[in-house]
Each structure stands twice: as C-alpha cells, then as structure tokens.
Design a protein around this ligand. Structure first.
Ligand SMILES: Nc1ncnc2c1ncn2[C@@H]1O[C@H](CO)[C@@H](O)[C@H]1OP(=O)(O)O
Ligand SMILES: [Mg+2]
Ligand SMILES: [Mg+2]
Length: 296
C-alpha cells in the first residue's frame, strides 16, 4: 500500500540534516567545543524567553525559518507549530490538519555552553496523531526516525527499548526545567528525591527532551519523565519511543492516563510497570497547557 506521508517524512529527514549542519557548522564529529564555538561566531547574542534561563539564539530562529520555508515550498497547505514562531506570537493549537511540529534546536542551553547534546526535532501530525518523528542528534551525527506502525530506527538500524522490568535496576532520565522559582524547584526536587530513593541505579539528563526520549527508545535508559516540556520537545520523540516498543503516559491518577501532547507532562518508558511506578512517585502539577490561549 502506498504510504501517503513517506514523501513528507523523506523531506523531514533532509531538512533535519541540513538544519543540524547549520547548528554545527557542517563539521560534526571533530572537537565538539570548537564546532559549537564556530557556530556561535556569528551568533553571540543569547536572548531569553520565559525566564532568565530559557535561552534562544539567532541560530534557533534561523534554523526554524529554514525548515518552515523548505516545507512550505513542497507542502503549501500544511500547518506549523514551531517553538520560535510560537514565541513570536503564532498560535499553538493542534488541529486535524497535517501539521509540522518543530523544535529547531532542542538543547539551546547545551548549544550555548558547548555541552555536546543538541538535536533538531521534527514531528508531523494528522488528525492530532503523530505520523512520523525525526530527531537529528547533530553532534553525535545520529538520525533517529519513526513512522507510525513501521518501527523506530537510528541511522537505519531498528531500535528497541530496554527489557528491564525492575525499576530498581534502571536508569531514569529527567531535567530540572527552566523555572528557578524556589517553590517550583522544590516540587521538582521532591519528585526527583522520590524516584532516586526507590532506589534506582541512577538519574541522568542529556539537557534535551528529544535526545532523552531517543535514549529510552535505544534502551540506554528505562524511562524519561518531565513536567513543563512543550509539544515541540516531545512530538517526534514520542513516536520514536512508542515505535521502539515503549509506552507513553500523562501523570494523572494511578495509571497516568493517555499522553496528551499539549498537557506539558510526559512519562516515556520501556514498560507500563516502570511508567506507572514513576507516575506514583512524582508530583503531578499542571503547568498552563500549550494550547491555553492566555499562557503567555
Ligand atoms: N535551562 C533549561 N534547562 C533545561 N531545559 C531547558 C532549559 N530552558 C529550556 N529548556 C527546554 O526544556 C526542554 C526539556 O527540559 C529542553 O529540551 C529544552 O528545550 P529547548 O532547548 O528547545 O528550549
Ligand atoms: Mg526544546
Ligand atoms: Mg528549542
């Protein structure tokens, strides 16, 4: 059967690779520090968004425009939700229309500090369902892809989540978020303390939601959870995790409830057992939704 979205997915892979090359000056594997500094040569102006630690650079904006322009030429009727377009005032509502959900640089703080994990994330949804996801980890030069119903891959090799069912034998990924309000930080620390003291083998964070999810899909960590992420951080990664055999959930009640891309909360895990255990340990606060009109 003809896959109607395959051309769009091929386009996304090309666009993500080109975007990644802009981020990393085309020289991907060399001295990472030097590579990122080269990219920063014409990009020294670091600006802030929702808080003093929520960073954006001209490269974020340039890369998002590059992707959107190239898609518009090929798919003029498609819609977009892009991190930097939303920051500039565009709406952030997921409709049934074919929609490209773009995070031009996931891990801008890493990018600015030359911490070597930076990704371009492109998800594509139709009828509010993610059809394909592409995450290009540009400094590692790894292309993660997933097509709904057809599996998840890294550079063409199939991905499979870890088969570890015991959370006490697991590594869990999470992040500290971009709020430095002491009360908000206390809530994050209290969840982290509960998870760490299960006890688990370790807690890690790559500094990018998209790469954290690819680590779940690759079986390197058993789960990733975070409250406060946005739809562009997780759209592509969520399909990569589920197509690698993982589970996705929100953090409501005992069983988490189904993932809602706009709720700004996610648990992505190798198994339902581990995902539900994390849901039980974390503080289920609800930040303003991505599709809440007055959130900014
Ligand atoms: N100071 C910060 N620390 C970690 N993540 C941050 C952050 N500020 C923004 N984020 C965003 O939150 C996501 C989850 O932690 C990250 O992938 C990152 O996406 P960004 O780089 O695209 O803004
Ligand atoms: Mg992001
Ligand atoms: Mg970003």
């Amino acid at each position: 059967m003809v896959d109607v979205w395959q051309t769009a997915m091929d386009h996304a892979v090309g666009a993500a690779r080109r975007a990644g090359q802009v981020c990393c000056s085309g020289a991907l594997i060399r001295c990472v520090d030097q590579v990122v500094r080269e990219a920063l040569q014409d990009d020294r102006k670091v600006m802030t968004k929702s808080s003093s630690v929520d960073l954006v650079t001209q490269t974020d904006q340039k890369v998002e425009q590059l992707i959107i322009q190239s898609v518009k030429e090929k798919f003029p009727t498609h819609r977009f939700i892009g991190e930097e377009s939303v920051a500039a005032g565009e709406s952030c509502v997921l409709t049934d229309a074919p929609t490209w959900i773009i995070d031009p640089i996931d891990g801008t703080t890493n990018f600015v500090h030359a911490f070597p994990f930076v990704a371009v994330s492109i998800g594509f949804s139709v009828n509010k369902q993610v059809e394909f996801g592409v995450v290009f980890s540009c400094l590692e030069d790894k292309m993660f892809t997933a097509r709904r119903g057809k599996g998840a891959f890294c550079d063409g090799e199939p991905l499979q989540v870890s088969d570890q069912e015991d959370i006490k034998q697991s590594i869990i990924a999470t992040e500290f978020g971009s709020s430095r309000d002491p009360e908000a930080v206390d809530r994050i620390f209290s969840s982290l303390r509960n998870v760490l003291c299960i006890p688990v083998h370790g807690v890690r964070g790559a500094g990018t939601a998209a790469i954290n999810m690819c680590l779940v899909a690759s079986g390197c960590v058993e789960a990733y959870y975070e409250i406060g992420i946005h739809v562009w951080d997780i759209a592509a990664g969520s399909l990569i995790v589920s197509e690698a055999g993982g589970v996705l959930m929100d953090v409501d009640g005992k069983d988490g409830g189904p993932l809602d891309l706009m709720s700004r909360r996610i648990v992505a895990a190798n198994s339902r057992t581990i995902a539900e255990r994390i849901v039980r340990e974390i503080d289920a606060f609800g930040p303003p939704r991505d599709d809440e009109p007055l959130r900014r």
